[in-house]
Design a protein around this ligand. Structure first.
Ligand code: SAH
Length: 354
């Protein structure tokens, strides 16, 4: 797909090997790396000789993602980005301002092949995996834009299924937590998955105990199969067993995401059934008011249903919170900004401030 090397996807050691192979002294790697982590392109790398810049330009890319549009919420300052990749594909990212610091939500694939009924990211299928260098590049760029603040937390909850792109996502996690790069604390990273047990078990043993968020969205297999195709392959028993394993190996509690969909998974008996399934687990339930997807005929549960669902879980001893809606005025669910753009690339997606 890309014949040029994505420099932000290299470790400091690999950068050093890279510049040496170009016939340059190894200490240039550190200088180059310092620019890369600031999201800088070649023309602004002022302390590097033009001869090196010339060689780098020919064979590599310093900034694998640019910003095509940037929208800012008037309500809470949430920013939504549409990134453009070198091959012209687009993916979304979101920056949220929480009290505990800036949180960047990144995509891991262009599109997605998991097919969840409520999710806009999957409408056109999976076009390709993102590479580690692209994900690091996006984080570095946003980190620069939000100076003097910095990105404090990263959530892999944009479009795509991270565990369906295991190797590049893992490389991303190793790079982004490195002091040579953005140095994000591993405890400040969440990875959201629709639940691939084999990869969850593998991740648990990588020595990178990120918070695992599992998109459950149902109290039983029948309902889960009706909205998530993956549930035909993976039963809830298998999934919950992999979750217990993750919690045991990493010592981290698993977070379950549960989008409340009217008439599907949101009534009180569903809450009680869910509580029974999760009893005794080291876990937390994050209730998400569904973002309506116009392409699908699914609607959010009412705030009252959401509150009751939460109360039923809490009364059964399952810790649960309702996810605060961020950036309500700048567009809806995951994948919608890109879907809007693909339909009509010429019309800027709402106000462009970037
Ligand atoms: N593939 C991963 C991560 C991407 S989606 C996963 O399945 O977890 C991030 C979260 O947003 C998931 O929990 C997903 O189920 C949820 N989501 C997708 N569409 C949504 C919608 N319309 N409303 C609310 N949540 C949605």
């Amino acid at each position: 797909m890309m014949d040029k090397t994505l420099l932000p996807g290299l470790t400091l050691q690999e950068l050093e090997d890279y510049v040496k192979a170009l016939g340059e002294p190894g200490y240039r790697a550190r200088q180059l790396g310092d620019w890369l982590k600031k999201g800088t392109d070649f023309e602004d790398m002022r302390n590097l000789p033009l001869s090196l810049i010339g060689k780098l330009r020919e064979a590599s890319i310093a900034r694998p993602a640019g910003i095509l549009s940037r929208q800012r919420s008037q309500i809470d300052g949430t920013e939504k980005y549409l990134f453009e990749l070198v091959d012209g594909h687009t993916v979304e990212g979101v920056l949220m301002r929480y009290r505990h610091g800036l949180t960047l939500c990144l995509s891991t694939q262009v599109g997605c092949r998991m097919g969840c009924a409520f999710c806009a990211s999957t409408l056109g299928g999976r076009l390709r995996n993102l590479m580690a260098g692209e994900m690091v590049g996006m984080a570095a760029l946003i980190n620069r834009l939000c100076q003097p603040e910095r990105v404090h937390n990263i959530v892999l909850m944009g479009s795509g299924e991270p565990l369906d792109n295991y190797d590049e996502v893992l490389r991303f996690l190793r790079l982004i937590t490195s002091p040579d790069s953005l140095n994000i604390g591993v405890r400040h990273i969440s990875l959201s998955t629709c639940g691939l047990p084999e990869e969850m078990r593998r991740l648990a043993r990588e020595g990178l105990p990120v918070t695992l968020s599992v998109s459950l969205h149902a109290p039983n297999d029948t309902i889960r199969r009706s909205i998530m195709p993956i549930a035909h392959k993976v039963s809830m028993d298998e999934l919950l067993s992999a979750c217990r394993d993750y919690a045991q190996v990493t010592g981290r509690r698993v977070v379950f995401e549960y989008a409340l969909i009217q008439g599907v998974n949101a009534n009180n008996s569903h809450a009680r059934e869910l509580a029974r399934r999760l009893a005794g687990m080291l876990c937390h339930v994050n209730l998400i008011p569904l973002n309506d997807v116009p392409e699908r005929d699914l609607r959010a549960a009412t705030p009252r249903e959401v509150a009751e669902f939460r109360l039923t879980l809490e009364n059964a001893g399952i810790s649960a919170t309702v996810r605060r809606e961020m950036g309500a005025d700048i567009s809806g669910a995951c994948g919608q900004l890109r879907a809007q753009y693909l339909k009509n690339p010429l019309i800027p997606t709402q106000e462009e401030t970037g």
